[in-house]
Design a protein around this ligand. Structure first.
Ligand code: PRP
Ligand code: URA
Length: 215
């Protein structure tokens, strides 16, 4: 079970030793892109188990080889939406647990000089608003990208939205909570702060570059 942050009650911190062990390797600047992708997907998969705890379910009848019994099924389709680029590197881990999930995409990058989000792509499944949506991006820094992505989801009619990140800055959590206070946030770590270039400290650097080897 994750621990609810004492300072930010809408944030669940995944302090499990296995997740923290993998996160520490991700933080290490010597870790290359192949291992980086592998570990990020593994952490996303480990987090998915608890993120899915509150998904709505319905009762169903099941015929076992021995008898009839009651079971449960997820009540509505779940949609996973990665924020491009870096969110893509969490998808294999999440889809391993939700193989039936639908997938939407939002393309957002931060303008290098202002750190403001620039949206360049959005494509969502038509029935997305009927079920739960899990928005994923490893980094929550100023919060601009996540705030904007959730706006797009809400404009598409979504109401049941959760945000899953790896590392969050307190500044980003505050910004996200101010605009979308009802959206639960799941993270592996709440870091110290942002630096003057709006990078998370200690963080892990530019996630997209480290995932795709573009640094
Ligand atoms: C990174 C990261 C988030 C965003 C977080 O993406 O993956 O989307 O920054 O920063 P914010 O909270 O201040 O908005 P980036 O802009 O580097 O784009 P990329 O994934 O295409 O490299
Ligand atoms: N985006 C990243 O990839 N890393 C940060 O520290 C901040 C934004």
């Amino acid at each position: 079970m994750p621990t609810l942050s004492a300072k930010f009650p809408n944030v669940a911190v995944y302090d499990h030793p296995l997740i923290q062990h993998k996160l520490s390797i991700l933080r290490d600047k010597r870790t290359g892109h192949e291992q980086f992708r592998q570990l990020l997907n593994q952490i996303a998969g480990l987090m998915a188990y608890e993120v899915s705890r509150n998904l709505p379910v319905r009762a169903i009848d099941v015929e076992t080889p021995v008898a009839r019994t009651r079971g449960i099924a997820l009540a509505a389709p779940t949609t996973i939406v990665p924020i491009l680029r870096a969110g893509l590197a969490m998808m294999d881990g999440l889809l391993a647990l939700f193989p039936e999930a639908h997938v939407g995409h939002v393309g957002i990058y931060r303008d290098e000089s202002t750190a403001k989000p620039v949206t360049y792509y959005a494509k969502f499944p038509p029935n997305m608003a009927q079920g739960s949506v899990i928005l994923v991006d490893p980094m929550l820094a100023t919060g601009g990208s996540a705030v904007h992505a959730i706006e797009l989801l809400k404009n598409a009619g979504c109401r049941d939205i959760q945000f899953v990140a790896l590392v969050a800055a307190p500044e980003g959590i505050v910004a996200l909570h101010r605009v979308h206070g009802e959206v639960p946030i799941h993270v592996a770590s709440i870091d110290e702060r942002l630096n003057e270039r709006f990078y998370i400290v200690p963080g892990l650097g530019d996630a997209g570059d480290r995932i795709f080897g573009t640094q």
